[in-house]
Design a protein. Structure first.
Length: 185
């Protein structure tokens, strides 16, 4: 691990250093299940439910989530973390044996649909992980910089991909995967 830490000197770490390994992980371990019906049906259902949702309501939901996140529970968090998609993502995270620190799926406006772990906020639409994927189109992949995460005590990057309806080829949402780059070696 000492070699990995020397490569990951704060200020020098960038997504480009680990991009080949992250892309390989995405191609071999993530992309094969992104069209699973559990994902596609959950995202499409939430897109329909939130059709026409105004920014003020999005902000209210995001604030509700942040308030609930402080205690780790509440009606909104419980609804999302208790759904089939969240169970699916938690299973996939476990199968990846420490390489993945978190996974969450967003709808077509950037709201969480399902997740392996509670996120700090509900709306990702104002962040690059969503802005550089869903609005860009079906083939978009965004790999963020590597940063040291104090809570995980590890160097992490996030990779985000557009989710695509396999029947139409149309972008319907996005997924973000937190990756422990130290486990890629």
């Amino acid at each position: 691990m000492t070699g990995a830490v020397s490569v990951l000197t704060p200020g020098l770490a960038s997504a480009n250093e680990f991009q080949p390994q992250i892309e390989q992980l995405l191609a071999n371990k993530i992309k094969p299940w992104l069209s699973d019906p559990v994902i596609i049906s959950a995202v499409k259902a939430q897109n329909a439910e939130h059709d026409g949702l105004e920014q003020g309501r999005i902000d209210d939901l995001d604030q509700q989530w942040r308030d609930e996140a402080e205690t780790g529970s509440g009606p909104l968090i419980d609804a999302v973390t208790g759904n089939d998609l969240s169970a699916f993502l938690s299973t996939k995270k476990t199968e990846l044996d420490g390489v993945v620190s978190e996974m969450f799926v967003m709808d077509n406006i950037g709201l969480n649909v399902g997740q392996s772990d509670i996120t700090s906020d509900y709306w990702q639409g104002d962040e690059a992980k969503w802005q550089q994927t869903y609005p860009v189109g079906p083939d978009a992949v965004f790999i963020d910089e590597v940063e040291f995460d104090d809570s995980a005590e590890a160097f992490l990057s996030q990779a985000s991909l557009t989710l695509v309806d396999p029947e139409t080829g149309v972008a319907i949402g996005a997924i973000t995967i937190g990756i422990n780059v130290e486990k890629l070696f």
